[in-house]
Design a protein around this ligand. Structure first.
Ligand code: GCB
Length: 595
């Protein structure tokens, strides 16, 4: 599935802006077929946005269940005889879509796109009513998982095992787009190097081609033709290619044309960064050179919009990361809006791309959140249905992001249980599925502290070791001397046990902005900065450590808990992006020349 694109052969119409919105806490809308008419009691709701923090009077913040969106769409008059597609960049976590009274799409998984061919309904010049019901429920059969309990008051309450608020709704753009009936349906581009010659392999899927031919043109940044080809698959050779490098991005542009004689039937353009990614024992190589990850685990999280995508905030986050000297980030804990990857490609940021499989670990829930420990992987908890959906989430992530040069590593889960035979059985087929979907990139998962090197049964399936560690916080809180020893001992053990690159994908401490102390006191800005310094000393002593991603870039919203003060405060920036002391510390380490 390709994203909508405006070019000489395609047109798009973005359906962002004001939609009608009706919460449906009692779940009556489906029975009453609300798609058949204007939504009852509707009020305005902007798209894209998570709806949770937008309204004030309505109890939507903690609603569990359905909300309804609706708007009218005029089909452009020029779209006669065209294939018309309705696409949602994301509906969190599942949605059903109607055009008029016809159901056209259904999708499960809150962070990957889906679309419907609505050509048969899209008479040019007419007005269509588009209705979407979005459910935010998390259960044992969803990714991420959750549990819904009905209290004695009859109110259903959602609990989950992830440390970020369950924002929901139409959090990304919605599109109407047109192509010809014969069209480019998919393109896969991979790149390699033969000396200084760049190899660009393409494979295109053409729908209803009607005998049209495929022509391929690769242009450099100046617009000059660098190579040409033909057919649905092949390899282009780019002599003396300019490589895509971290911090020095260079993007060629691959144009796939579907032509009938001289007539252009369809066209699709893909930015191409020529680069390689390899793992050589404990080194992570980009273009054959060792790469060291400096950056963050982030969240898509903003005041009022929640997880709703916002270009302004995104560009500002990239500015702040650049100011700090960061070169990479992880899309913790779900696939981000594709705009994030477009910009990473252009700016030369390196991305670890993660699925929404977070919270598959009831040991954490038991240990950290006061709940009773249970078995994570079983028919009653995370079972075959979740596993099938998890596989779908991996495949949809890779299908969406496979052509982004910035993406160098797939993270198929964050902190799942990984020390039991059941967890091993659950993950083996998922690693296989990821490798089958993309043989060109390494695959990993993020290990948590309950499964240290001698207990974890899954790391051996992965190409890299990714670990989140909180010595000096959840363990040895307030004692950075002990934290330093424990971290050093554990990292040494990982390095002995696996000859693989080690990425510390999370480390950090909560800090209340403005709180200071001379002694090492947790929750102060000083302690947060000192903890980072402590970790950095250890990282610099262990060769196998190839990356440091601080948790977190900015403070973010979570569910309510005695362990959280108006959300998670491990940001080196506040939620409104003001630097804490730690930001300046990081800048001195990551960008000594600019500090
Ligand atoms: C973790 C999780 C992350 C949490 C973080 C914390 O290990 O991966 O989602 O927010 O710890 O602050 O506890």
């Amino acid at each position: 599935m390709l994203r909508p694109q405006d070019n000489e052969a395609r047109e798009t119409k973005r359906l962002d802006g004001m939609w009608s919105f009706t919460p449906d806490p009692d779940g009556v809308g489906r029975g009453e077929q609300w798609w058949n008419a204007a939504l009852p009691g509707a009020r305005p709701m902007p798209v894209p946005a998570a709806y949770n923090d937008v309204l004030v009077k309505e109890p939507v913040h903690d609603l569990v269940g359905d909300v309804w969106y609706q708007r009218e769409v005029v089909v452009p008059r020029g779209w006669d005889g065209r294939r018309v597609v309705l696409r949602f960049d994301a509906a969190t976590h599942r949605a059903t879509v109607w055009v008029g009274d016809e159901e056209v799409a259904e999708h499960e998984g809150g962070y990957t796109p889906f679309e419907a061919d609505i050509s048969h309904l899209a008479e040019p010049g007419t007005t269509l009513r588009v209705t979407v019901v979005v459910s935010n429920e998390l259960t044992w059969e969803s990714i991420p998982p959750g549990v819904i309990n009905e209290g004695p008051d009859g109110i259903r309450r959602q609990s989950y095992f992830q440390d970020f608020f369950n924002y929901a709704g139409l959090i990304r753009s919605v599109w109407l787009s047109s192509t010809s009936a014969a069209h480019v349906e998919d393109i896969t581009v991979t790149t390699d190097l033969d000396g200084t010659t760049g190899l660009v392999r393409w494979s295109a899927v053409i729908a209803a081609s009607g005998g049209a031919d495929v022509r391929i043109t690769l242009r450099d940044e100046a617009g000059a033709v660098a190579a040409e080809g033909a057919g649905t698959e092949g390899e282009l050779r780019v002599v003396d290619a300019t490589l895509w490098r971290p911090g020095a991005a260079y993007l060629y542009e691959l144009t796939v044309d579907l032509v009938d004689g001289d007539r252009l039937v369809d066209r699709y353009r893909v930015p191409v960064g020529i680069r390689t990614v390899h793992i050589d024992r404990a080194r992570f190589l980009i273009n054959g050179e060792p790469f060291y990850f400096r950056g963050f685990g982030k969240h898509e999280d903003l005041a009022i919009r929640g997880r709703g995508h916002d270009d302004v905030a995104m560009v500002h986050d990239y500015e702040l990361m650049t100011w700090l000297g960061a070169n990479s980030f992880r899309t913790s804990h779900y696939p981000y809006a594709e705009e994030w990857l477009d910009l990473a490609d252009r700016l030369g940021f390196v991305v670890i791309d993660e699925t929404a499989a977070v919270g598959l670990n009831l040991g954490v829930a038991g240990g950290l959140f006061g709940d009773r420990p249970r078995v994570t992987f079983s028919d009653e908890t995370v079972g075959p249905a979740a596993q099938a959906l998890h596989q779908q989430a991996i495949e949809e992530l890779i299908a969406r992001d496979k052509n982004h040069p910035s993406v160098v590593l797939w993270s198929i889960a964050n902190e799942p249980e990984s020390h039991t035979a059941e967890s091993r059985a659950y993950f083996e087929p998922l690693f296989e599925a990821a490798r089958k979907a993309d043989p060109s990139r390494p695959v990993g998962f993020v290990n948590m502290m309950l499964a240290p090197p001698d207990a974890c049964l899954i790391t051996e399936l992965a190409d890299v070791v990714m670990i989140n560690r909180y010595y000096g916080w959840y363990v040895a809180g307030g004692d950075l001397v002990l934290a330093e020893q424990m971290l050093q001992a554990e990292l040494e053990r990982w390095a002995e046990k696996h000859d693989k690159p080690i990425l510390v994908t999370e480390y950090g401490a909560d800090a209340m902005p403005g709180l200071h102390a001379l002694r090492p006191v947790i929750w102060t800005e000083d302690y947060q900065a000192e903890l980072l310094d402590t970790y950095h000393r250890v990282f610099d002593r262990i060769d196998a450590v190839v990356g440091e991603h601080v948790w977190n870039f900015a403070d973010f919203a979570t569910g309510q808990s005695f362990a959280r003060v108006d959300g998670n405060k491990k940001g080196v920036f506040t939620r409104d992006r003001r630097p804490k002391a730690a930001a300046h510390h990081l800048r001195r380490r990551w960008r000594p020349e600019g500090a």
